[in-house]
Write a protein that binds this ligand. Structure first.
Ligand code: HEM
Ligand code: 2NB
Length: 290
């Protein structure tokens, strides 16, 4: 399968910055969502899950076709709860009907990372909505009840190495798990809406206890009420991963640099960009004094 980015000559950087600003202002405005965590984290998850179906072996899945808009993909249990993110995006699609779903879902994720004080993430337009029958089968997204070998294998399918895998999982500094969505619970209090290297600091500094949660699923809990999934904790069980966790815990800049490049790579997996395709770095609201 080949997906060529369609360069829309009628649209400029300003058109996309206007969409960015609309999303960013809506995140700011609707701050009460999910116990005042806000929509940032779930918008990051929407962009990630739109892209996480990619398979490097046959170049299928990924963000290009915007197939997250179809009920088959939405019915994947791993996507439970993302209806809130899609509902957030509905009025944006109405106001800017010219943007593809793939471009919107990935732009929203980049906007959320930047507005939550994360690194600047480069973004390129050109994804084209594909028909429903191109939707990848369910089951391509990862399952949290696994260890390091599974994690390494999963990320390899997305063409991600150890450093990229650790950096991407660092997005678990945002938001939280919800029993009704995934059967995992918490963290309470610690759930944050600012993008930092705290996930790695927590992994190294907290006492973690593997226990059954009230849904009967295994998760790691800490005395402070933090939690880690088994696939999170795998990053300190595997010696190669642990080395990178320590680097990112001690050097937030190194984490930000790696995250910025591999998040863009994740959101663009499977897409061929013509040489005249533009690359955009959006300004935050703060940078525009908005
Ligand atoms: C092995 C890989 C991964 C697994 C098994 C995993 C699993 C999960 C689970 C079970 C949840 C809780 C969902 C809920 O109950 O609402 C979650 C939340 C989240 N994940 Fe991951 N994840 C993985 C990788 C990633 C990556 C690569 C990113 C982004 C780069 C990411 C971003 C997020 C965010 C932002 C949330 C919070 C969403 C919210 O607060 O509503 N995750 N993840
Ligand atoms: N906030 C989180 C943490 N944490 O340490 O705060 C750990 N793992 C998570 C997994 C999914 C979503 C949020 C998480």
């Amino acid at each position: 399968v080949v997906h060529i980015a369609a360069v829309n000559k009628d649209r400029s950087f300003d058109d996309y910055q206007r969409i960015y600003n609309t999303i960013a202002e809506k995140i700011r405005e609707e701050d009460e969502y999910d116990g005042y965590i806000g929509y940032g984290p779930i918008l990051v998850r929407l962009g990630w899950h739109s892209s996480g179906t990619y398979d490097k072996n046959d170049n299928t899945g990924g963000s290009y076709g915007g197939t997250m808009r179809f009920k088959l993909e939405q019915s994947d249990g791993a996507n439970n709860g993302l209806g809130n993110a899609r509902a957030f995006m509905e009025p944006i699609l109405k106001e800017f009907p010219w943007i593809s779903h793939g471009d919107l879902y990935t732009l929203g994720a980049v906007c959320a990372v930047q507005e939550l004080q994360g690194p600047k993430v480069k973004w390129r337009p050109g994804r084209v909505d594909m028909p429903e029958d191109t939707t990848p089968k369910n089951g391509r997204l990862p399952d949290a009840a696994n260890g390091a070998d599974y994690v390494r294998n999963f990320y390899a399918r997305l063409n991600m190495n150890d450093r990229e895998a650790v950096a991407l999982t660092g997005a678990h500094c945002l938001g939280r798990t919800h029993l009704k969505n995934s059967g995992f619970d918490g963290p309470w209090g610690a759930a944050s809406n600012s993008f930092t290297n705290e996930f790695f600091v927590n992994l190294l500094n907290e006492q973690w206890k593997l226990q059954k949660n009230k849904a009967g699923n295994m998760q790691y809990d800490s005395p402070k009420g933090y939690m880690m999934l088994e696939t999170d904790y795998a990053l300190v069980q595997d010696p190669a991963y642990l080395k990178i966790v320590k680097e990112f815990a001690n050097n937030e800049g190194a984490f930000f640099k790696e995250f910025a490049s591999c998040f863009q790579k994740l959101l663009e997996n499977g897409i061929d960009y013509p040489k005249d395709a533009p690359t955009y770095v959006f300004k935050t609201l703060d940078e525009q004094d908005l």
